[in-house]
Design a binder for this molecule. Structure first.
Ligand SMILES: [Zn+2]
Length: 224
């Protein structure tokens, strides 16, 4: 759900503690550093602002705000390139978690971000990145994804099925078959569109009983 998410100037959306399982909280925020929502308040958003990580500085601010990077640590163009590569691959993977989506970024690996298993103080195994800086920060996010996959919560990280939304969200539904970031927005918009489409088809059939009705995947009805 996105209703309680807060946006802080310059560092993007923050999900309140407890709203999603802890191992997917940062990942969820990371996935939404790309804003493709094109309705409501987001409709008029300038294209240039849809990418939260649009410069090394912005990437640095985002990571520092989450305690993943020390203030003043260097962030370069290659770091940004790697961050976008990881984020975009994870967005494709989250899309594949959606019921209707197919495929995913099979075979993609991130050699630049080496993760190793370490036994912590309590002898609990944990995945840690052997690199520091931005690579280490991205390693933390990827380690969270691995933990989420082992706990079964990664399968609930999805991308909204609405083409004009594509918001990353955690599917809280019992059935695990949620398709929309929020039923009250994208779910209802989909229902309304389907209802209108059906009405148009039935109306067209009534008006031209002898014609052939062709319905496009969108709302347009063509008759001949
Ligand atoms: Zn949505």
């Amino acid at each position: 759900m996105v209703s309680n998410c807060k946006k802080e100037a310059g560092v993007g959306q923050r999900i309140p503690e407890g709203e999603v399982p802890e191992e997917v909280r940062l990942v969820n925020e990371f996935l939404n550093t790309l804003d493709l929502e094109r309705f409501g308040e987001h409709a008029e958003k300038p294209e240039a602002e849809r990418e939260e990580l649009r410069s090394p500085e912005r990437l640095g601010d985002w990571l520092v705000a989450r305690g993943l990077l020390g203030r003043g640590e260097m962030v370069g163009a290659r770091d940004l390139e790697l961050a976008l590569k990881v984020r975009d691959a994870l967005r494709v993977a989250a899309s594949a978690n959606s019921v209707l989506a197919r495929g995913g970024p099979a075979g993609v690996s991130f050699e630049e971000v080496p993760l190793v298993v370490r036994l912590g103080g309590d002898s609990k195994p944990e995945l840690v990145c052997t690199e520091g800086g931005v690579k280490g920060a991205l390693g933390s996010i990827l380690a969270d994804v691995a933990v989420a996959a082992s706990k079964g919560t990664w399968a609930r990280m999805k991308i909204c099925a609405a083409e004009d939304c594509r918001w990353a969200y955690y599917d809280h539904s019992k059935s695990r078959t949620g398709r929309w970031c929020a039923m009250e927005t994208c779910g209802n918009r989909h229902k309304t569109r389907r209802y209108r489409q059906k009405r148009r088809i039935s109306t067209a059939k009534e008006v031209r009983p002898g014609g052939t009705i062709l319905a496009t995947p969108g709302d347009d009805i063509l008759s001949c």
